[in-house]
Design a protein around this ligand. Structure first.
Ligand code: PEP
Length: 253
């Protein structure tokens, strides 16, 4: 099955209002439209989403958030709901990023609750999974990924899961400059697809996009994206510079 490639930039806790406008202007200058065969999105911090939405007006580059609440609107101080993100013009939301799992103790159950709320708000959840270095070295990569995929997508229907995106991000490759080799990434992507086949069905497993994330840059993107089961990338550091982000998007298109 031909899946359209997808590149999303995870800006993390970088870029204030002014810097957001400048970065989006820089990206739009180099990339007035996403490449023909790829979707592109940027995911700035919450505080910059509204200005990012304005800066993206008239562009086919999508907007995403980096997290959201697992609850509907109400008495949850500090939280932001899926409905609020959708109202701002967000199409995507990153869920269960390893930094949230590590520093904010997010569990698969919480990621699952968030994924359900995201889908009911009309957002596309980008659900992140990935093993630590100790898990990889201990031969536990497939077990860890299976637990995360099953837990994070529990209780969803096939048609809901088809609207989601999975990002495989080995924790040891995030922000470290150590990229998984295309073979290493491909092997885990195929494992994820086989898990989806068991948990859902073969149509769902073929339809869902699985991104790779972890030190993707302008030099290694094309080789990673050339693999059939790697449907694009979730890009951290290299999404903060228009030149490198543009080159990575071009490699996907
Ligand atoms: C990320 O945090 O999602 C990520 C992939 O970061 P980097 O590209 O900087 O490794």
């Amino acid at each position: 099955m031909m899946r359209k490639k997808f590149v999303a930039g995870n800006w993390k806790m970088n870029k204030d209002l002014r810097e957001t406008g400048a970065l989006i202007a820089g990206i739009r200058e180099l990339m007035p439209a996403p490449p023909k065969n790829a979707d592109v999105a940027v995911c700035p911090p919450f505080t910059a989403l509204e200005s990012a939405a304005r800066a993206l007006e008239g562009s086919a580059i999508g907007l995403g958030a980096q997290d959201m609440s697992g609850n509907d609107d109400g008495a949850y101080t500090g939280e932001v709901s899926g409905r609020m993100l959708a109202a701002l013009g967000c199409r995507y939301v990153i869920l269960g990023h390893s930094e949230r799992r590590q520093y904010f103790l997010e569990s698969d159950e919480l990621v699952n609750a968030k994924a359900k709320k995201a889908l009911s708000a009309g957002l596309v959840p980008i659900v992140c999974v990935g093993e630590t270095l100790a898990e990889r070295e201990g031969g536990l990569t497939e077990t860890r990924i299976a637990l995360q995929v099953r837990g994070s997508l529990a209780g969803l229907t096939s048609s809901e899961v088809e609207r989601a995106v999975i990002a495989y991000e080995p924790v040891w490759a995030i922000g470290t400059g150590k990229t998984a080799t295309p073979d290493q990434a491909d092997q885990v992507h195929r494992h994820i697809r086989s898990l989806l086949m068991t948990q859902f069905d073969s149509k769902t497993s073929e339809k869902i996009r699985i991104l790779y994330g972890g030190s993707v840059n302008a030099d290694n993107a094309a080789e990673l994206f050339s693999r059939d089961d790697i449907d694009g990338g979730l890009i951290g550091g290299a999404s903060l510079k228009p030149e490198s982000f543009h080159k990575i998007c071009a490699a996907a298109g």
